[in-house]
Design a protein around this ligand. Sequence first.
Ligand SMILES: [Zn+2]
Ligand SMILES: [Zn+2]
Length: 164
Amino acid sequence: MSARVALRCPRGDEAASPTPVTVPIPDAVRCTHCGDVHALAPASVNAQGGLQGCTACGHPELYTQKDFPRSLGIAIVVLAAVLAPFTYYASLGVAALVDALLYHFAPNVVLCYVCRSEHRGFSPIPKHPRFDREIEERLKFGERAVMGKPMRQGGTAGAPEPEH
Ligand SMILES: [Zn+2]
Ligand SMILES: [Zn+2]
């Protein structure tokens, strides 16, 4: 699977459809949302194909989550609930199992804390830990946010998982 990026338009909201970008990352891309050309950060991809930072905005802090469509999970639960009276409620247990399996085998997606651009298919090294609210709050409220820890040297590349 080749690596690709779903670029979030800085002028769009979270629901705006992202612009697809494939590797090698160009210096700039025309946005499918606003029509403008947005500068990218191709230097964020290292020689091994891993991410040192966001390829869209260059920010060094990223987080990893499962690429599992929430709507699919909800659809499975709804279907199981509809079938429950006919299956002596066994469908609910099956749905929980199917959900757990889908989640387990779902690929990872790496997101940028700042622009929310999504990275798929890149080398898993260096690893970026799962979402950390302390990083989110520091970025939102500034370096002196009460909850905020100072940024780790080199961003989240190879950082330990958050404890909380
Ligand atoms: Zn745009
Ligand atoms: Zn970014």
